[in-house]
Design a protein. Structure first.
Length: 261
């Protein structure tokens, strides 16, 4: 099964470009769920989610809709080996697990997370803490891109997060690998000019893909779908709703079985 959606759905700058003017914020997810069957929740990176919050989100979405959640920054950036922290995070997930709406967890590590024995051991620790829950790793440092890493991920039942982003030195290239039953792809945009130098964080993700750029990924997505039980594809070029158009483009291109001239 392949799912197409966006990284987050609750953006004020989507009002107008996507959400109708005057629509109450509490109805945004209902509106979004008419278009897509999955969304990636990013707020869990900044604050631990609560059962009540995730229950409300689950209640607002139809059967078959899935959520993926980003691991908290204390787990990925501070890398605190605190079993209680992980237990509290996992406890909050019960409403999604019980409703069958948890897609997977995403652990996004910073560029400073290098390929070394200590960090490999931390990934093992994280795998143990999350038990059997599907867990995907997003690396930011290119030195992780090697067969040794993919073998390690497979041995530890960890998914690999594929990314599309500017082709800049040191960044992860557009590699498509499925290392667990969960395949995952994030489209960050290709705004090379603003990737490192920007005044506001959103400027990095201010980018609209062309069909030609996204067509490069169609055979890769088909390969991932063939080798995984669930494949999640998210557009993260979120400024002013550009992610919505990217997710729609990808879904349409993927479903178009006719070869293009």
């Amino acid at each position: 099964m392949i799912y197409f959606g966006t990284s987050g759905f609750s953006y004020k700058d989507w009002v107008g470009p996507y959400y109708p003017e005057g629509m109450p914020r509490g109805e945004w997810l209902l509106f979004y769920a008419r278009d897509f069957n999955v969304t990636e929740l990013n707020f869990s990176y900044y604050r631990l989610p609560s059962r009540s919050t995730l229950q409300r989100l689950a209640d607002k979405t139809p059967e078959g809709f899935l959520f993926t959640l980003k691991a908290h920054q204390d787990m990925t950036h501070k890398r605190i080996r605190d079993g209680e922290l992980f237990a509290k995070f996992m406890d909050s997930l019960d409403p999604l697990i019980e409703s069958g709406k948890l897609g997977c967890l995403l652990a996004q590590f910073p560029w400073s997370f290098r390929h070394d024995d200590d960090n490999l051991e931390y990934l093992r620790f994280m795998r143990q803490q999350f038990g059997a829950l599907p867990l995907v790793i997003e690396f930011r440092n290119r030195e992780w891109i090697r067969q040794e890493t993919f073998c390690f991920l497979r041995e530890n039942d960890l998914g690999f997060c594929c990314v599309d982003q500017p082709r800049l030195k040191g960044l992860i290239p557009p590699v498509a690998e499925a290392t667990s039953a969960t395949a995952y792809v994030r489209f960050h945009g290709r705004n090379a000019k603003k990737w490192w130098q920007h005044d506001e964080a959103w400027e990095r993700y201010d980018y609209s893909y062309s069909d030609q750029e996204l067509e490069e990924w169609v055979p890769k997505l088909r390969k991932l779908e063939e080798n995984a039980e669930n494949t999640f594809v998210f557009a993260n070029n979120h400024w002013q709703g550009q992610a919505v158009q990217t997710a729609r483009q990808l879904r349409l291109l993927f479903s178009d079985l006719e070869p293009r001239g």
